[in-house]
Design a protein. Sequence first.
Length: 111
Amino acid sequence: MHTRQLLTALVLCTFPGAAGAQRAADPPWNPHHIDQLPGEIRRAVLARCPSKPSAGHYFVTYFRDEVRLHFEHFHCEGTSFCDASGCLHQVYGLSGRHYRLLRTFRVPAND
């Protein structure tokens, strides 16, 4: 077990009500998940949804020098990024000091 997991387990055993407090600190749909993106990626995401966007915990994943966006975990009032062909995904790669869009594709929902 990793140190962080061990500490979390210890806190939950010692303070049973801590699980609810932990969830309240980072709600499942949170605009902060978007705020943490690199500037050029954040601007591209906000251009898709200028009014009150929020993102789930797994909207953004990181792999080496890539940032991957999973739009099934992105909420924008009045807009859907999933359809019969799947949900929008984008991969940005680090090029020098900036990120650029490498790929846009769709994956089946719940994948």
